[in-house]
Every structure is written in C-alpha cells, then in structure tokens.
Design a protein around this ligand. Sequence first.
Ligand code: ADP
Length: 253
Amino acid sequence: MSRIDGPVLLQTKGLCKSFGDHEVLKGIDLEVRRGEVVALIGPSGSGKTTVLRSLNGLETPDQGTLAFDGGPSVDFGQGLPKQQRFAIRDRSAMVFQHHNLFPHRTVLQNVIEGPVTVQGVSKPEAVAHAEQLLDRVGLADKRDAYPHELSGGQQQRVGIVRALALAPDLLLFDEPTSALDPELVGEVLVVMKELADEGWTMVVVTHELQFAREVADEVLFLDGGVVAERGAPAQLFTAPQNERTRRFLDRIL
Ligand code: ADP
C-alpha cells in the first residue's frame, strides 16, 4: 500500500510500443496518485524512458489506454483526435538527462520561455515566478548567466526550475543525474527530494537506487518491457519477490 491515498492523477493500462519489429513495451500498467512519487528502475534498455516519453506524448504507444486527472480514457489503439490524446502534455513537464537549455539565452530567459510563449503568461508575472523558483534552488544570483557559465549541477537545477515554471500537475524526470559528474549528483537529488516533500507528483526514471529507496512511494522494476515487480521501496529493495529483481539489485547494490 502506498502512503499516498489521494485521487488518481494518471492511469495507464496495457501500454505497448514497438520500434520496427522491436517490441519495447509489452503492456505497462501504471497508476500515479496526486502527491505520489513513482520511481522506474531496471536495466538499461528495459523500456523506462519509453514509458516516460509515452506519458507526455513524445512517443505514441501502439496499444493501451491512458487516463489523466479524471479526463476521458484515451485508447491509443483507436486513433483519437490529437488534442484529446495529449491533454496530459500541457499539464506535465519533463526534466531530461541533458538539460536542453537554450545556449544563447540567459537562465531567466530559458525559464520564462515556456510560460510566456506557450502558456501566454505575462512577462512580468513569468519573471517574478522564475525569480522565486531560482531563489528556491539557490540560483537567484545566476539569473543573467548563460548556461555554459554554470556547472552541470547548476544547469540541471535550472532544467528543474524550467519545468516547475510551467506549474505542471505532473513532473517527469528522465535520469536527471546520469550525465553529471558524481560530485554534482547530490545537489540535484536534494532539490528533487525537496519537491517530493512539498507534495509534487513525480515519475522518476533513475539509476539512483538510494534515492528511489528514500523518496519514492512506489517503485516499478522494469525488465524486457514489462513491469516485473512493483511495490513500496521498503519491500522491493529488501525482500524482492521476483528473481529478476533480485539479480538486478545484487548487481547494483
Ligand atoms: P531504458 O530507458 O530502460 O534504458 P529505453 O526506453 O530508452 O530503455 O529503450 C528501450 C529499447 O527501445 C532500447 O532497446 C532502445 O534501443 C529502443 N528504442 C528507444 N527509442 C527508440 C527509437 N526512437 N527508435 C528505435 N528504438 C528505440
């Protein structure tokens, strides 16, 4: 049982996705409640990133359903109108492995880009919100810096602020620390932990098992395009039921 018993924000059933004849997702069921942190772990190539990208429309599953925040269930096998298909796209924000900041724009310009151009927020309002968020992650003094003037950890914190500036209902993290030098990983994980504590709803693909163990409400272990095991971290990490989970954890921990 998850410690979170809020309303279900996101539910997928039977998500399948192939690239050519490579079947990458073979029926993924996922449920995320408001305020919940769900971690996706598993070996490289098991489909974690494809799950995440399927949630916000960067990939379109071939089969399966997705329901978001009480809206109509979208059946990917049926080819529904685009706007219906991706309501979730407007209300989720993704933090990528590489921060993807615009190199020729300042930190502040990067952060206000989405709210101003996509969401139609007024510039003064977007700036005020951006400054508040930058302050929160300890980067208030970097607002006029360019991305290349920042460390990798600072860049990734700006990447997180850029996602938060969209005021999303759901934060999606795709291995946000895996491109960082080891000494920079901690500062990013601290911010993510604070967001979890503040009640943000998060789906996190991560290799940081200690983080998953401490922060996640539910952990899904993916292997070969299926959820081989799911459960509370205390259970999954200490007493995995599935042989494949056990082998994976033995290798990593
Ligand atoms: P993970 O995040 O667990 O490492 P991915 O979801 O990134 O796994 O990838 C799962 C499999 O799908 C891999 O074999 C990968 O090569 C393949 N794959 C992912 N995206 C594409 C794509 N756009 N085209 C072809 N194959 C892809």
